[in-house]
Design a binder for this molecule. Structure first.
Ligand code: SF4
Length: 279
């Protein structure tokens, strides 16, 4: 019996990533000065290599750069960074995803209105570092439900998640915190690109014999997809390229589902599918 390979409809670049890639490439094409991103533009090593070929280098710290333009990546940067970069005589092009900008503004607004802001997400993720910087002192970062359970929130709270957080987990956390506060505002910050991908992989993985998730190991939304798929289909493999796949892992598989994170270029997913077709 030949193996059926189903590619998730929602796999691949989301609006924010497409936009950031385009902004970076256009900037490099139209500049005679070096163009840098501060940290990888998106969490996908192959996409970062592609950008490098098109004249966009990644530096870990913009303060080490002598001249040129800094592209603000899709995850955003800490509040005030753009002014600081300009003060150093560098150009700035802002490719922060519009959804992240909305979250930054929401946090700033509610924090200034005296709400205690709960930010739900991965403490090491650059988007979270950026979001936190838009809140005043009155905020706390919560990584998961276990941490939320320990909270005794003040009367007036606002709850917001990293744009790529697991939607079900966020709802559980938000309801828990809300039940313990007098006045809770829950911000709907998980972006559609993320929630649609999560819904689709949930539906597809439930009937799959195996699942392959393609995308960066440091990509939050890709890791989340793999985590959701694995809960429903234990034979789930998260790979950055086809080189990580092992033929023996697919013995007896009839129905194979493939999806890719929002930061995974289509050409990488195509190579993975080409390999899977040879099984
Ligand atoms: S996953 Fe959503 S929030 Fe993140 S870059 Fe893409 S569109 Fe923007």
């Amino acid at each position: 019996m030949t193996m059926e390979i189903i590619l998730a409809r929602t796999s691949g670049f989301c609006m924010g990533v497409k936009r950031a890639m385009q902004i970076a490439i256009n900037t490099a094409e139209n500049s005679d000065q070096p163009v840098y991103t501060c940290g990888p533009l998106i969490h996908n090593p192959q996409a970062v290599a592609y950008l490098q070929e098109h004249g966009v280098d990644s530096v870990s710290d913009w303060q080490t750069v002598d001249g040129g333009t800094i592209i603000i990546r899709a995850h955003g940067m800490p509040n005030g960074s753009i002014d600081k970069i300009r003060e150093q005589g560098l150009g700035v092009v802002d490719a922060t995803c519009p959804h992240v900008v909305t979250s930054q503004r929401q946090i700033k607004k509610y924090s200034e209105q005296g709400y205690f802001v709960y930010i739900i997400g991965d403490p090491r993720h650059p988007e979270i570092l950026s979001l936190q910087s838009f809140a005043q002192e009155n905020h706390r970062l919560i990584a998961d439900y276990a941490e939320a359970e320990k909270e005794q929130p003040p009367a007036k709270i606002m709850i917001i998640a990293q744009t790529t957080y697991n939607a079900d987990e966020f709802n559980k956390i938000a309801q828990l915190l809300k039940s313990r506060a007098q006045n809770a505002v829950i911000s709907d910050s998980i972006c559609q690109a993320t929630s649609e991908r999560q819904k689709e992989i949930k539906r597809l993985a439930a009937d799959a014999d195996a699942v392959v998730i393609v995308g960066g190991k440091a990509s939050a939304n890709t890791c989340r997809l793999a985590e959701i798929a694995r809960a429903l289909c234990p034979r789930t493999f998260h790979v950055e390229t086809e080189a990580e796949l092992n033929r023996d892992d697919f013995a007896g598989v009839n129905r194979l589902v493939v999806s890719a994170g929002a930061s995974t270029p289509d050409f990488i997913t195509s190579k993975v599918i080409d390999f899977l077709k040879t099984l």
